[in-house]
Design a protein around this ligand. Sequence first.
Ligand code: HEC
Ligand code: HEC
Ligand code: HEC
Ligand code: HEC
Ligand code: HEC
Length: 452
Amino acid sequence: MFPVRYVITALLLFCVIPIQAQDRPWGDALKGSGSYDDFEKPERCASCHKDFARQYEQAMMSQAYTHSWDEIEYFKLAVPHSQKDPKFKDAQEGCNGCHAPLAYIAGDVPPPKPFTGSRADESVSCDVCHTITGSGAEPPVNYSFTIEPGRTKLGNRDGLESPHHNTKKHDFTVSTELCGSCHNEKNPFDVWVKSTQLEWKEGPYSKDGVRCQDCHMPGAKGRNSIMSKEYDDVAQHMFTGAHSPARLAGTVELAVHPDVRAVVPGEQLKISVVCYNHKAGHKIPSGSVEERQLWLTVKVHDSQGKEYHLPVDRKGFEGEDYTISSNELAFQDMGYMLDEPDFKGLPRDALPYEGDRVFRMAYFDPQDRMTIAQWNTARLGVDYRIGPREAKIETYTWKLPADLPLGRVRIVAEMQYRRLIKSVGDYLGVPEEETKAEFINRAESWFEAVDY
Ligand code: HEC
Ligand code: HEC
Ligand code: HEC
Ligand code: HEC
Ligand code: HEC
C-alpha cells in the first residue's frame, strides 16, 4: 500500500502543483476564485509606505469603484441593462474585474454600493498591482492578469528586506502589459473599446523604451518606505490622467497662421492650425474614448473688437460628420437602459459652438446611433484622435464681410477637453466637475484688413 500512496503523492507534487501554478485563473475565470481576505488593506501598506499611500489616494484608480460617475454608469445603466438583456451579464459583472478586482475575485458581483463598508471600495489597491504575476492573454485585455496575493510583493528592485513581507523584482510589474491588462478592453461585440496599451505599443514611445510607468510614475530622489535608504529614482505613485488639469494642459501644442497677411474685406483667406500631441504616449483622447471630447475653436476679432466664430473646413473623409460638433440627438440607447420609453436622445456634443473640429472616435450602438455605453458598442466610427507625436492640420476658410472694419484682425485658436459629454452628465446627475471644460492650449496670430 505504501508505494501506491507514495506514487500518488509524487504525482500530486510533480504534476498537479506545477500545472496549477501555470493555469492560474485570469479574465472571467477570476470571478469567485478567491476571497476578500486574501488581500491586505491599503492602510496596512500605508503604515510603512506613507508617501505612496498619500499620493495614491488622490489617483483615480484608488477610487475606480467609488468615483461618482462610475457608480452612476454602473448602477443606473449597466446593471439594469444586463437585467433586461442577459447577454450583457458577463460584461456587467466584468466591470468589476478592472474597477473592483477584490469584489470580482471574491465573486461578490454586483458589489454592495460604494461607501456601504464593503471592500469593493478599495478599488485598484496596492495589493492588487503588487501581487499580479502575469497575463493569460497576449495582448493583455479584460483583466487577463493572473494574481497570487500573499506574502510576496512584486516590485522593481532586487534584494530588499521588509519586516512585513517578502519582495521580489518582477518583469511583469515593470512592464506595460501590467497596465494593459486593464487598459485594453474588448466588449461583447468583440470591439476594442479601450486600447491605451496597444496605442502605446504601436507608437513611437514603445520604440524609445518609454513605458507607461516613466510618464505616470516618474522617478524622484527619496525613500520608498519609512525604513528604506534613499534612491535616486523612486517611482512616484501619481497616476495623473484625464482628471488632472495640469496633466492635460499643454498636451497638444498649437500654432496658428493665416495664408496671407493682408486681405481686402469681401475677399477670403485661409487660416491653418497645427495641432501636435507632444506629451501623451498614446492617442489623445485615450481610454474612455466614448465619453471624451477634445475640440478646437477658432475665432477672429476685428479691429473694433467684434467676434466671429469660424467653422472648420471639411476634409471629406468618411465619417467626418462625427468629428464636427453638432447638437443633433444621440445616445437613444440610454432610454431603454433607464426604462424611459419616451426618451428622444440628448444633444450629441453640447459644445459652445457647432462646426468645431472634435478629435474623437465615436462609438455606435447596434442600431447605429452614437452611444456612451462602451459595452453596447457594435462598431467604432472613424478614428480622428491625435496619435502620439502626431500633428494634424485644420484649416478655416473665411470670406471677410464686405463691411469689415479696416485694421488688425486677431485670430485665436483654443483647444479644450471634456471628460464627459455635458448633455449626458447633466441628464444623469453626474457632478459638474466631470463635464467641466479643461484648458489644453491656445495660440494667436493676426492679419490686416486693408483697403487696396
Ligand atoms: C512594516 C512595514 C511595511 C509594511 C506594512 C509594508 N511594507 Fe512594503 N516594504 C517595506 C520595506 C522596509 C521594504 C524595502 C524597501 C527598501 O529597502 O527599499 C518594502 C518593499 C516593498 C516593495 C518592493 C519595492 C521594490 O522596489 O521592489 C513593494 C512592492 C512593497 N513593499 C509593497 C507593499 C505592499 C503592497 C504593502 C501592503 C500590502 C506593503 N508593502 C506593506 C515595509 C513595509
Ligand atoms: C496600478 C498599479 C499599482 C498600484 C495600485 C500601486 N503600485 Fe506600487 N508600483 C507599481 C509599479 C508598476 C511599480 C514599479 C514602477 C516602475 O517600474 O518604474 C511600483 C513600485 C512600488 C514600490 C517601489 C518603488 C521604488 O521605486 O522603489 C513600492 C514600495 C510600491 N510600489 C508600493 C505601493 C503601495 C504601498 C501602494 C498603495 C498605496 C502601491 N504601490 C500601489 C504599480 C502599482
Ligand atoms: C486592475 C486594473 C488596473 C491596472 C492593473 C491598471 N489600471 Fe489604471 N485604471 C484602472 C481603472 C479601472 C481606471 C479608471 C478609474 C476611474 O474610475 O476613473 C484607471 C485609470 C487610470 C488612469 C487615469 C486617471 C485619470 O485621472 O483619469 C491612469 C493614468 C492609469 N490608470 C494608469 C495606469 C498605469 C500606468 C498602470 C500600470 C502601471 C495601470 N493604470 C494599471 C484600472 C487599472
Ligand atoms: C510620454 C508620456 C506618456 C506615456 C509613455 C504614457 N502616457 Fe498616459 N498620459 C500622458 C499624458 C500627457 C496624458 C494626458 C492627456 C490624455 O488624456 O491623453 C495621459 C493620459 C492617460 C490616461 C487618461 C486618458 C484619457 O484621455 O482619458 C490614461 C488612462 C493613461 N494615460 C494611461 C497610460 C498607459 C496605460 C500607458 C502605457 C501603455 C501610458 N498612459 C503611457 C502621458 C503618457
Ligand atoms: C478591461 C478593464 C475595464 C473594464 C472591463 C471596464 N472598465 Fe471602466 N474603465 C477602465 C479604465 C482603464 C478606465 C479609465 C480610462 C481613462 O482614464 O480614459 C475606465 C473608465 C471608466 C469610466 C469613466 C471614468 C472617468 O474617468 O471618466 C466609467 C464610468 C467606467 N469605466 C465604467 C465602466 C462600466 C460600467 C463597465 C462595465 C460595463 C466598465 N467600466 C468596464 C477599465 C475597465
